[in-house]
Design a protein around this ligand. Structure first.
Ligand SMILES: [Zn+2]
Length: 106
């Protein structure tokens, strides 16, 4: 699979996830404003467009990552995605700590 095909899959998944969110809002307008803590990215996100995988509720943004990850064969389960996200979170934290140190050294 080349980059262009991968990009196409991600774009398709974004469109699918966006549609799921719109459907949720149409069905239950409150879901746009009902907030939950996504168990994958750890951020507070609206219930609209969220999906439960293996008993784990993930936000609409993570649905895109999950579906694209499954389609591209990069992850096998939602736990793989959570693990990937954790690494990313760690990376973000490391950057933040480094930045903090630079500021304090000045
Ligand atoms: Zn999320």
């Amino acid at each position: 699979m080349n980059k262009e095909e991968e990009l196409k899959i991600i774009e398709d998944m974004q469109a699918v996830a966006q549609q799921m969110k719109l459907d949720d809002i149409e069905e239950n307008p409150d879901s746009e404003f009902d907030i939950f803590e996504c168990q994958c990215c750890g951020e507070e996100k609206p219930l609209a467009g969220s999906v439960v995988y293996e008993g784990i509720r993930v936000c609409n943004d993570c649905v895109v990552l999950a579906e694209a990850g499954f389609a591209l064969g990069k992850i096998k389960s939602i736990k793989d995605l959570m693990k990937n996200m954790e690494d990313k979170k760690l990376e973000a934290q490391c950057l933040f700590i480094k930045q903090d140190q630079i500021e304090h050294n000045n």
